[in-house]
Structures are given as structure tokens and as C-alpha cells.
Ligand binder design. Sequence first.
Ligand code: SF4
Ligand code: SF4
Ligand code: FES
Length: 378
Amino acid sequence: MAEPHTKPPQPFTLRMRRYDPESGQAPYWQEHTIELEPHRSVLEGILQARDRFDGSIAIRCSCRQAICGSCGVRVNGEPALACHTHLDAAMRGARDGVIEIEPMGNMPVIKDLIVDMDAVHWRKVQRVTPWLLAKQPVPQREYLVPREAMVDVTQTMACIQCGACVSDCLAMEVDPGFIGPAALAKAYRFVGDPRDAQQFERVNDLAQDPRGIFDCTHCFNCVQACPKDVNPMGQIMRLRRIATVDHHIVDRNNGERHEAAFTRLVKDNGLLWEAELLPRSYGGNSWFGKFAPRAGKELLSSLPAIIKALLRGKVTPAGALRPHKIPRRDLDSVRTIYDKVEGRGERYELNLFISGHDEDEQPSAPSAVPAGEADESR
Ligand code: SF4
Ligand code: SF4
Ligand code: FES
């Protein structure tokens, strides 16, 4: 049973980023000391500051229980739901004894802690056709689909569209055009749904788009930021596997070839041989790849970066020419993993979001979904 919250109210100082684009003034920090029990939320602290000290503080909120997704902010530099962050926990993460609250990143600020979700987040969600394109003929009554297939998409259905993942996406910071973690997680919601008629078209579209699934840099920020464990990066990797392994899509962004070169190099050497990655990605997945005209062109355009890396000692000429070595025994272990994974008859996608089993079911592994089953709609 949960411990009752018995601690009395205590003071907490909040440092809030204030900005009103219409005022013409630059953003500034403002501090207020509020008094609340430590288990109360940062949102309650902001609302108290607004009630007691400054009625012009702007914050968006509705449910106050981590359901509606409206109160996304940054607390001490990390994306969070203000209503789902306890004051005592926020205080533990405070750098100088003051809880710092800012608007989310990667989206324009409308006022203070409110960002323009329409301009970025919702526009990107619309980009992925976020509705079911039903298989025909539509049944007279409901579609019957395997229960496991729906469990597989449940994780993405947990998204509350708060934008925390968008706020901290490194790829979006560099390329604001990137479709982004939340929208791509939404895309998997329909790509993985056996009732949808356009799985190939959807993944092909997202693979061929230069700002699509291959634009993600695997930084894990979205995984860490998400308050609902949607694991957006994991959903992007699933989209990639469906595009490359199931539909054999060779995209114009070189994503599929890059992935193939990467895995082959690790299989052959036990570690990544960075200097070989680019030529093989562009010229073909073998040592001779570097002699292909396309690889030469890419190598030439990457020369400034290569010279910089050499000058800074990130790459040495010897390291570029020879693969990194690991002991033979370790290399054998790496290859055993490859043999095991590649030798499997079907791919298993592990949905770690749902655990346990229904009482009327045989105890089995309901979270493990054979990829092939996703098409068995009846
Ligand atoms: S893992 Fe990919 S989608 Fe997620 S935050 Fe990083 S770059 Fe963005
Ligand atoms: S994936 Fe998570 S962090 Fe991103 S919008 Fe959905 S709930 Fe928020
Ligand atoms: S107010 Fe609804 S999620 Fe915080």
C-alpha cells in the first residue's frame, strides 16, 4: 500500500522563463517562492505562483493527472509533464536549490511556458496519415484481428501527444524538417495494424523521405523523455525493420545500404570499422565498395570532415586502413549471435510494454509477436 503523504507544506523557489513575443522584450527569468507539501506537483507550484504573485504567468494544463498531455515543460533542463513531477523530486534535480522551469524545445514559444504545438508537433502527426486506411471489402460488422497484433500496437496507442519527445529530439534540433519521434511512433500505430491496407506504401513513403525514418540518430532522448513509455525510437526501428527486412525497400537516402554495411562490418570484425562504413554504404557492401564512382563522390564531399577528424586525432591513418581488432574468441561469440539471429525462421518483435496474461488464456508470452502474424487479419 502506498505511504500516506504526511509532510507539511514547505517553501520551494521556482525560477520560470518568461517571454511574451508580442511585448517585443527579450525572454527573462523570474523567481517566486511558493509553499506546498513536497509531494505536490510542479504544476500546482506554478499555479500557486500565478494565483499569489503574478496573474500573467502562462501555462497550459487541463487534466492535472498525466492524461491530457497539455502541461509539457522542461524542469531543470529535462522534458517533463509539470503535473506528473513532484516538487521534492524536482528539487533533488535542481542545480542550485531552485527549480528551473522553461518551455519545451524545438517548438516556438507562444507565451512563457506555452509552445505552439500546431506549428510543429501536430503538423508532423498529420504528415504520417494518422488514421486507418481500411482493407477492402470492409466487413459488415467489425474486423476480427489476432489479439497479439493489437497488443503489438498498444504501446504507441499510449501516447498522450504531450510533445516531450519532440522537445528533446536531437535530430529535430539539427533538421527541423525531420518528421520526429511522436509522429513516427504514430505511424507505427497504423503500419503495425493488420486492418490497414497500406503498410508498404506507408513505410516506403517514410523510408524515401529524406526527413523520414532514416533521419533518426538513435540518441535515445525520446525514449528517456516519454512519460508514457511509448519508446518512440523503438517504434522507428520497427518501421525500419519492416521497410528493409519485410519489404526490401532500398531507399534513396542510403539508409538500407548503410544499415547493411554497418551490420556486415561488425559481423566481420567484431567492432565497427568507421573508415569503411561510408564507402561501403555508397559503393557496395564489400572491400571493393570504395572503388565505385558513387563512393568516390561521397568520399570527396566528406573530405573536409575527414581532414578535421585526422587533425583532431579522432581518426588515425593506421586506424582508417585497418579494422579494429578484438580477440578471436570474442569475435566467435559475436558471430554466434549473428548466426542465431539470422538463422531464425521468423522475426520476433518484443513488445515489453504489456506484461502478464489474461486469466482465460494459456500462460504463454503474449508480448512476443511473430512479425509474420501481423498480416493475418480475417
Ligand atoms: S532517438 Fe531519434 S527520434 Fe528519438 S530523440 Fe533521438 S534522434 Fe530524435
Ligand atoms: S511519444 Fe511519449 S513523449 Fe512523445 S508525445 Fe507521445 S507521450 Fe509524449
Ligand atoms: S495537465 Fe494533463 S497531462 Fe498535465
